[in-house]
Design a protein around this ligand. Structure first.
Ligand code: UD1
Ligand code: UDP
Length: 367
């Protein structure tokens, strides 16, 4: 009988649920992975199962891309069907994607309890689809795993009963602990791309509000290129397919010294991030990872649901204004990486499993 069903669909969910799934494997907790198919390109999907040592998902709904309502609706229908078949005790979702929303919403009207990993993050920006998703998931969940005390506070303020919330740290630290040394030893990406440690800026940008707006995307690219020129550094941009598609659709030029490369697998990306002089991003996960790895970060957004990184001195908001991006990069390059990691000790997955009503005794940390 299946105790836990993980519903996931995108790159960051695979990465951040991998420590919990591996912990289930190790402790004999009977589980199934239900992949919605939101991400399906090999470089966003199967490379992560391979690199993180995960088995193929038991089910893939193959939903693919589409407008929000259509994509979420198809996932909802598919997850409901699979929950009926698999009959899990608990459905676990992570983060704020449409896949997480569909998993939680389907389960909320059925028998399983719902667990939300990375609960309580808030940008307070209701124009972001992710903000809608995370608020809804938090309010239907039975077990809320907040990465920090700040996220716990936000949940309590919204009236979530305290007994449902546990502060666990973020599972991204568990994932990084497992992979960072392997990446240093085995990743070949620096040689492959002809890069030297500290000799480049890393960039990621894929968020709907940035890349779906041609003016904003152009401005972001100009700012990143300007920052690269200011400091004589190349800007290496592993480009998400959404952003690549928008560059083509809008006919945007990618100004030098920005160099686009394919999306990287986790080993190579962690190596690229660790060895960069600083990172420019609009990604949630990358803000956290940079903070944990001691790499200064510039977030090309107007707000962040990761304020802990700003408070730590690891991150600064630049919006997409080119001058602000350039100033923020100069400031970032002037920091020394000696801040405290607010995201925990790498034992979040063990805390999560211990707090769930599963049959196994969770006595050791699995990486
Ligand atoms: C989704 C999440 C976002 C998360 C990101 C992680 C939502 C609302 N958004 O955004 O929060 O940060 O995943 O990367 O859930 N595409 C491919 N191959 C794929 C997947 C997508 O080419 O495997 C292209 C398609 O053109 C698609 C576009 O990317 O239309 C957007 O994909 P989608 O899953 O809708 O959103 P993401 O931008 O990936
Ligand atoms: N990532 C990766 N390869 C890349 C870019 C990102 O492995 O080329 C990883 C990164 O380390 C982080 C996660 O993908 O763990 C972030 O995913 P993304 O930025 O797509 O989503 P978000 O975190 O913004 O939801």
């Amino acid at each position: 009988m299946t105790e836990v069903a993980f519903v996931l669909g995108t790159r960051p969910e695979i990465i951040k649920l991998s420590p919990v799934i591996r912990s289930c494997d190790r402790h004999g907790v009977d589980h199934a992975v239900i992949h919605t198919g939101q991400h399906y390109s090999e470089r966003l999907d199967s490379v992560f199962f391979d690199r993180l040592g995960l088995a193929e998902p038991e089910v893939n709904l193959g939903v693919g891309s589409g407008p929000h309502g259509e994509q979420t609706g198809e996932m909802l229908r598919g997850v409901e069907r699979v929950i009926t078949d698999v009959d899990p005790d608990i459905v676990v979702v992570q983060g704020d994607t449409n896949s997480a929303l569909a998993g939680a919403l389907a389960a909320s009207k059925m028998d399983p309890e719902i667990a939300h990993v990375e609960a309580g993050l808030r940008s307070f920006d209701r124009s972001m689809p992710e903000e809608t998703n995370r608020v809804i998931v938090d309010h239907v969940a039975d077990h809320l795993f907040a990465p920090t005390e700040k996220s716990e506070k936000y949940l309590v303020r919204e009236g979530v009963p305290e007994h449902r919330i546990s502060v666990t740290g973020n599972t991204v630290v568990d994932a990084l602990e497992r992979i960072r040394d392997v990446a240093r030893r085995e990743a070949t990406v620096l040689d492959d791309l002809g890069l030297a440690t500290g000799g480049y800026l890393l960039m990621t940008a894929h968020r709907q509000e940035n890349v779906d707006d041609p003016d904003r995307f152009r401005s972001l690219l100009d700012g990143a290129a300007g920052a690269g020129r200011d400091h004589g550094l190349e800007v290496v941009y592993p480009i998400h397919p959404r952003a690549r598609g928008k560059i083509e659709e809008f006919g945007l030029d990618v100004p030098a010294p920005v160099r686009t490369v394919d999306p990287q697998d986790y080993l190579d990306f962690v190596r690229l991030l660790s060895a960069s002089a600083a990172v420019l991003t609009d990604s949630g996960g990358v803000q956290e990872e940079a903070c944990v790895l001691g790499v200064p970060c510039v977030t090309m957004r107007d707000n962040t649901e990761r304020p802990e990184t700003i408070d730590a001195g690891a991150n600064r908001l630049s919006s997409c204004d080119p001058d602000r991006i350039r100033r923020a990069v100069t400031e970032a390059l002037d920091t020394d990486g000696a801040w405290e990691n607010p995201y925990g000790d790498g034992e979040a997955a063990a805390r999560i499993l211990r707090a769930l009503p599963v049959s196994a005794e969770i006595d050791e940390v699995v990486r």
